[in-house]
Design a protein around this ligand. Structure first.
Ligand code: SAM
Ligand code: SF4
Length: 358
């Protein structure tokens, strides 16, 4: 295998998060997506060239995100076009893509769409849901009424069913639930969300409210620390730590009453918490983010990105594209989340969440 670049802290590249659109059919106030896409969206061929170039540098996992990626009409076509990278031998010097995952709010995940995604070659889906009643969902998704919140909730519950029926098996980690928790928004939803996930056999991933972007009104007081989330849920269903996987974002916990499923057979046996504010994990971060219009960010909290379009237009130039990405990765020194802890006033003006896709 060809040599893979390391960044200035010795970290390899492993995960690419590709945002397909900055638009969304919801308007979660902690995220604040765009109403319009940027004028210069990448084409399908440009996206395939980008993924191929990053795979050559060490990317093994691709996460498709947004904005809401299911708004992207050519999503299945893109996934299908990436399959040749999956079929490469693991020892292929050009690298091989092991996994394609999707993060979605689930509203548009009907039965047929779920089947199409599976058929195209998608491996995993994470659905986002921040509450289990209409009022909470409305508050967290920026909707006008509890009835609108309930309609979204019912769509997401149906999406869980559709994904499962299409073959995304939660017991194998192929279907998970994300929830962002804010102190005044939905801290009261912790237990109901955990109960729902346990009942559905899904791993729930609780995410601390992050200061990504400039328009979500982030305040430290609104962050419910992951340790507090774990304590509250653990008081209802005792938990034991499993640890954080190398390069993973989430600390994982196992429900003691589900110990019989400890081998991991049941997604509902586990709880995960993403503590990027209170317990940053920059030390082994292996993620690169690329926006819908082809700007690469080497950190979720980075102020500046690198526009890759000069190497993609008028048509992709694989050699020069790879060189540009490699240079970017080798120069990477970001550890913003850890630095936030060390000196609270040294924060850059970050890019918006809907550009970066989480
Ligand atoms: N629309 C899709 C969704 O909601 O799953 C994909 C894009 S969304 C930006 C990806 C993930 O980021 C979601 O799970 C969302 O809850 C999370 N997220 C958005 N803004 C956040 C914030 N300020 N802090 C923490 N997580 C956030
Ligand atoms: Fe849309 Fe996802 Fe942002 Fe919510 S978190 S507004 S669903 S992109």
């Amino acid at each position: 295998m060809a040599e893979r670049p390391l960044d200035l802290h010795g970290r390899p590249l492993g995960v690419l998060r590709l945002s397909l659109t900055a638009r969304c059919n919801l308007a979660c106030p902690y995220c604040c997506p765009d109403l319009e896409d940027p004028p210069d969206l990448l084409t399908l061929a440009e996206r395939v060239a980008l993924v191929e170039a990053t795979v050559g540098l060490g990317v093994h996992t691709l996460r498709l995100t947004g904005g809401e990626p299911l708004l992207h009409r050519r999503l299945e076509e893109l996934i299908a076009a990436l399959q040749p990278l999956r079929r490469r031998d693991p020892g292929d010097p050009r690298g091989a893509l092991r996994e394609i995952a999707l993060t979605s709010n689930g509203v548009l995940l009907g039965a047929e769409r779920a089947r199409q995604l599976k058929a195209a070659g998608l491996d995993r889906i994470t659905l986002s849901l921040d509450g289990t009643d209409g009022a909470s969902v409305a508050r967290m998704a920026g909707l006008g009424s509890p009835a609108a919140g309930d309609a979204v909730l019912q769509r997401v519950l149906a999406a869980i069913r559709h994904a499962r029926e299409a073959g995304f098996d939660p017991a194998r980690g192929a279907l998970k639930l994300n929830a962002v928790i804010t102190r005044s928004g939905n801290a009261d939803q912790l237990l109901p969300l955990a109960a729902l996930a346990r009942e559905q056999g899904l791993e729930l991933r609780l995410i601390e409210f992050m200061d990504v972007g400039n328009r979500n009104g982030w305040e430290p007081e609104q962050v419910l620390p992951a340790a507090e989330m774990v304590a509250r849920i653990g008081a209802a269903w005792p938990l034991e730590p499993v640890g954080r996987a190398p390069h993973g974002t989430a600390g994982r916990w196992r429900y003691r009453d589900r110990a019989a499923d400890a081998a991991g057979a049941d997604g509902g046996a586990h709880l995960a918490v993403v503590a990027s504010i209170t317990a940053p994990f920059c030390g082994d971060c292996n993620r690169l983010r690329i926006t819908a219009d082809g700007v690469a960010y080497s950190c979720l909290f980075a102020a500046d990105g690198t526009d890759l379009k000069p190497w993609l237009r008028p048509q992709p130039e694989p050699g020069r594209l790879r060189q540009a990405l490699e240079g970017l990765w080798r120069a990477r020194r970001d550890r913003w989340s850890e630095e936030r802890q060390e000196a609270a006033d040294r924060r850059p003006a970050p890019a918006e969440m809907a550009y970066l896709g989480g």
